[in-house]
Design a protein around this ligand. Structure first.
Ligand SMILES: Nc1nc2c(ncn2[C@@H]2O[C@H](COP(=O)(O)OP(=O)(O)OP(=O)(O)O)[C@@H](O)[C@H]2O)c(=O)[nH]1
Ligand SMILES: [Mg+2]
Length: 348
């Protein structure tokens, strides 16, 4: 399926969540062929009722949804068919509409036509994507003065079906920043289903990767892994520059420090260098809430390096090992809390 999540050519927003589904409106019920048959009324007239209408398929945007993950396990969505008409002029019941909830920011495409049907940009929008089929007519409807006993009925019309591609522009809640090789991709692959490439050389990550971090009780947030930053990133050095503008849109930054860089550099200096890049890039970025994560603590069993880091950086530091998983759960909970705080602050 063609889809472009290359932020360089796509400007903004870059993170795209997608789902491919098939939707079908209900078929109309068939018209009924029937004649009145009652005691003492030998030749009753036609009394076949019309079929009910098929249900429509709607999409609507709701609050509290922020991914298209609910569509991964369900590809077929079907509104109810209309019921057939029956004797005694009974109309068939209309089929129930199907209303599909999507998060605000969802684009709805007809994937066969490659056509954008609707941009559901805000909460509270609702759009009909497939109309249900009309009900067929019962023979009663065909009775005329000259044909009082018609045997004609029509079948219900088919409900419309479409192959739909949903595309959601996501803005990550947490942006991972740090030097190349700090272990950003290792972390995102440990706490989400994202599987970016991981390797022991700098600039392994060349494009942002998005992961959804899931916690208990359906809590989740979106984390973005971007290419490593280096000195001069704000001026375009390395790969990170293109992606800083997206990190600017995240709610918080998780600043990842490698406590034992293979190039022998000093983690404190590295921390300052990245801070400098963020500050040079923009005020908004520099002012964003930051969680400092000290990674690779499995290499520091006596916690001496972390202790030293705390002393020098003079800020709260959260130690983890993205490889062994130590501290990752606690970090995820903390990030969730911080994301929630910023969401609450925004809502006020
Ligand atoms: N010992 C140890 N090694 C780690 C840990 N986390 C990551 N690494 C290693 O560090 C190297 C770099 O990891 P990545 O996750 O690719 O680092 P990155 O920050 O995404 O790097 P770039 O994409 O190049 O910016 C890999 O060899 C990882 O196996 C950790 O907690 N402990
Ligand atoms: Mg990486």
């Amino acid at each position: 399926m063609p889809h472009n999540n290359n932020p360089v050519s796509n400007n903004y927003p870059m993170f795209i969540d997608e789902a491919q589904i098939w939707v079908k409106a209900g078929d109309g019920g068939n018209g009924c062929l029937s004649f009145r048959r009652e005691k003492f009324i030998p030749k009753g007239g036609p009394d076949g009722g019309d079929g009910g209408e098929g249900g429509n398929v709607y999409f609507q945007t709701v609050e509290n949804l922020d991914t298209l993950m609910d569509f991964t396990g369900k590809h077929h969505w079907h509104a109810q068919n209309g019921k057939d008409g029956s004797g005694k002029n009974k109309h068939g019941a209309d089929g129930r509409d199907l209303i599909i909830d999507v998060p605000p920011g969802t684009l709805i495409y007809d994937s066969d036509l490659g056509l954008l049907l609707k941009d559901l940009s805000e909460v509270g929008l609702k759009v009909c994507i497939c109309r249900g089929g009309k009900g067929g007519r019962g023979n009663k409807a065909f009775a005329t003065a000259t044909n009082q006993a018609p045997r004609t009925t029509t079948a219900g019309k088919k409900g419309r079906e479409r192959n739909i591609r949903l595309e959601l522009k996501l803005i990550a809640d947490v942006g991972l920043v740090g030097m190349p090789n700090a272990g950003k991709s290792t972390l995102i692959s440990r706490c989400s289903a994202a599987r970016p490439k991981i390797a022991d050389y700098p600039f392994t990550t060349t494009e942002p990767v998005l992961g959804i971090v899931e916690l208990s009780d359906f809590r989740r947030f979106v984390m973005a892994d971007i290419p490593g930053l280096i000195e001069g990133s704000h001026n375009g050095a390395g790969l990170g520059f293109e992606f800083l503008k997206h990190i600017e849109r995240t709610r918080i930054i998780a600043h990842m420090l490698d406590i034992m860089p293979v190039d022998g550099s000093d983690p404190v200096e590295n921390y300052k260098a990245i801070r400098h890049e963020l500050e040079q890039y923009s005020k908004a970025l520099a002012q964003k809430a930051e969680i400092i994560v000290a990674n690779k603590i499995d290499l520091d069993p006596d916690a001496i390096i972390v202790k030293n880091l705390r002393k020098k950086v003079k800020k709260k530091i959260y130690p983890i090992s993205a490889v062994t998983g130590e501290g990752v759960k606690e970090l995820s909970e903390l990030l969730w809390e911080k994301v929630k705080e910023t969401k609450t602050a925004e809502a006020q």
